[in-house]
Write a new protein. Structure first.
Ligand code: KPL
Length: 308
């Protein structure tokens, strides 16, 4: 295992500074790590107001951006763009990326892994899934709005040596744990996202509103289909377990808007293809029917196609 001794400054290039990226950028900078941002905007600096959970004060950080030499000298790359931007963002960093540098990909949903591994055949590649919640208050401010676990795991041989990165992430935003099979927590998160994200985006409501008894039948139907697909994919579970976990997340994040609700509210492309779309694709592979999830996928696609 390659160690990152506690207290050492780690040079991190963070690709994408949306809500989750900004949350991690600030949290890692607070630990003294050297954060460099790689963004689509061409500015060479970005100032971020970072507000911790229940903290009245904000921290202000100015990050250096888009410096190829900082990218090359990074100890680790953390990609926090949306699933549909992952490949394009990897292509944008590839010319300056050393093959020894570990790359962590963190996004909602699944399905990017094979293409990422093709683009990065020699790098250690890891995936992370997080249930931390953040809200972009405005373009330059982010607030940490909820604590949840983060899991990190390797998706290729070279990535397996980098368990110490879970410690780096854990000191910045606990809890973060290494997982020997990252697909297991990815599926668990995907199940919750299949249940909460499309419904809250269609209804334009907070997560907590799904706790109303009116939604029990629909949530049960979604979870039943997800449980069948997960079981066929080698991650056996019961629909009752998924429903219970979904209701727990709904309670814990009752006041929050889901990421898909925020995307639709702001007329941005959503992660529906990486969440419900991935589920439907897997269902097709295992010849399983997922009518409830398919109906939600269609409704979100329709919303996206009709943005003004
Ligand atoms: O991950 C989420 C998201 O908004 O994408 C949930 C779990 C639904 C919390 O809001």
């Amino acid at each position: 295992m390659i160690p990152f001794p506690t207290g050492n400054t780690v040079k991190i290039t963070l690709v994408g500074a949306g809500a989750i990226g900004s949350l991690w950028a600030g949290a890692l900078a607070r630990q003294g790590h050297a954060i460099h941002l790689w963004r689509r905007q061409t500015d060479t600096a970005f100032t971020l107001q970072w507000q911790g959970l229940d903290a009245p004060d904000t921290d202000t950080f100015t990050f250096c951006c888009n410096q190829p030499e900082r990218l090359t000298s990074s100890d680790v790359i953390l990609i926090t763009v949306k699933a549909f931007q992952v490949l394009e963002s990897i292509k944008s960093i590839a010319p300056w990326l050393r093959t020894a540098t570990p790359v962590i990909v963190m996004h909602n949903g699944m399905g990017t892994e094979n293409e990422v591994l093709q683009l990065l055949p020699d790098n250690p590649v890891l995936y992370a899934t997080t249930s931390q919640a953040a809200l972009r208050v405005d373009r330059q401010s982010v607030r940490h709005t909820g604590v949840g676990p983060t899991f990190l795991g390797a998706v290729n041989r070279a990535g397996e040596q980098w368990q110490s990165l879970a410690g780096v992430l854990n000191t910045a935003l606990a809890p973060c744990q290494w997982h020997e099979d990252i697909h297991a927590p990815q599926w668990q998160k995907l199940a919750v996202n299949c249940a909460i994200n499309p419904l809250t985006a269609i209804l334009q409501c907070r997560n907590g509103e799904l706790a109303a008894p009116d939604f029990t039948a629909e949530l049960t139907g979604i979870c039943r289909e997800v449980a069948a697909v997960m079981t066929a994919a080698g991650y056996p579970t019961r629909s009752e377990t998924l429903l219970q976990r979904t209701l727990t997340v709904i309670q814990a994040t009752a006041a929050n808007y889901s990421s898909m609700q925020q995307d639709v509210a702001n007329q941005r492309p959503t992660e529906i293809d990486a969440i419900t779309g991935f589920l439907i694709e897997q269902a097709h592979h295992f010849q399983l029917a997922t009518p409830a999830n398919f109906a939600l996928w269609q409704q979100i696609k329709h919303l996206e196609q009709n943005y003004g």
